[in-house]
Write a protein that binds this ligand. Structure first.
Ligand code: AMP
Ligand code: TRP
Length: 329
């Protein structure tokens, strides 16, 4: 039985229904079942070019969206990474346990190296080491993530194993829990993932009713004649229907599809209205929190304090095992 969960999300500002279904909704379920730590990873976000004037808003909006969509600071420890400096301290320690070859093989690193050719830095390279520090600082043994993070998790286990072997058992070897929801595809291009970086591809939790309806109405369904297989655009709409509509509704549209009588406009109208209904309360909570920033910062400060109490203990143990700072203190 897992004892503790850790997961992180980058502060990319307002979140979309892909983030919600792919990560946040799952976190909200886990916090009811097990001791959970959820973190906005701003130190990870500085490894690619960014504007420092925008960062506070990105972090704040991520905090607000997560709180509005069900992350409950009474049930979990929810905090911002840079408020707990032990993350970077443990990252430095772990740098001495991370094999260069493994870091060079990381797919995410290779992609970003190609994307940011002129500004590839060591932070991008050791990004997965910081991620291992995030998880192991709390000795978490379960990490809910998408498939793209499995390689980073494997490195995390490798680092834990090497540390334990060299300096004595300190860390668990955390397992990934693959997010149950399928990948949500871009509404306007269902061959790609729904993403902040593709305009028109997403619905945000902050979108107005009309913006939601417009995005669904213009979603790509079939391009060209209808084939034997369901097109990826239609499949994507069915995935969203399964997430946001009643099971009977889903079954009815599925039957119509199988019978060849489904009109996409009906499917879209239904989905749009169910999305509007699901998002409205989240948006209302979001607006309430946006209007009271001091309340949000108070929640985040309290979260960091709780996280830090554990982080300080782990670092003392690590230093002690490594013969640093006279007994680790
Ligand atoms: P990102 O902003 O891409 O780093 O994603 C933050 C979290 O949301 C990660 O856990 C992703 O796996 C998840 N996520 C992002 N985009 C999607 C998507 N289109 N479908 C499902 N999950 C997603
Ligand atoms: N790298 C993760 C992503 O891009 C974010 C992340 C940072 C994370 N630290 C973590 C995820 C620790 C899980 C556990 O989505």
């Amino acid at each position: 039985m897992a004892r503790r969960v850790f997961s992180g999300i980058q502060p990319t500002g307002a979140i979309h229904i892909g983030n919600y279904l792919g990560a946040v909704r799952n976190w909200a379920r886990l916090q009811d079942q097990i001791d959970s730590y959820f973190c906005i990873v701003d130190y990870h976000a500085v490894t690619i070019p960014y504007d420092p004037r925008e960062m506070p808003t990105r972090v704040f909006e991520a905090a607000v969206d997560l709180l509005a969509s069900g992350i409950d600071p009474q049930k979990c420890t929810f905090f911002i990474q840079s408020y707990v400096p032990e993350h970077t301290e443990l990252c430095w320690i772990f740098n001495s346990f991370a094999p260069l070859g493994a870091l060079e093989r990381m797919t995410q690193f290779k992609e970003k190296r190609d994307q940011f050719r002129e500004s590839v830095n060591a932070g991008l390279f050791t990004y997965p080491v910081l991620q291992a520090a995030d998880i192991l600082l709390y000795k978490a043994d379960l990490v809910p993530v998408g498939e793209d993070q499995l390689q980073h998790l494997e490195l995390c286990r490798d680092i834990a194993r090497r540390f334990n072997y060299r300096f004595g058992a300190a860390f668990p070897e955390p397992e990934a829990e693959l997010t149950p929801a399928a990948r949500i595809m871009a509404l306007n291009d269902p061959t790609r993932k729904m993403s902040k970086s593709i305009p028109g591809s997403y619905v945000n939790l902050s979108d107005s009713d009309d913006a939601i309806r417009r995005a669904i109405r213009t979603a790509v369904t079939d391009v060209g004649p209808r084939g034997a297989e369901m097109s990826s655009g239609v499949a994507n709409l069915f995935t969203l229907l399964a997430a946001f509509s009643a099971p009977e509704t889903m079954a009815r549209f599925r039957n119509e599809y199988d019978a060849g009588t489904l009109r996409y406009v009906d499917l879209k109208n239904q989905l749009a209205e169910d999305l509007v209904r699901a998002i409205a309360p989240i948006r209302a909570r979001r607006e309430e929190l946006m209007a009271h920033p001091e309340r949000v910062w108070q929640i985040m400060d309290a979260g960091a304090e709780r996280a830090r109490a554990i982080a300080v203990q782990t670092m003392a143990e690590v230093r002690e095992k490594m013969g640093l700072r006279r007994g680790g203190r």
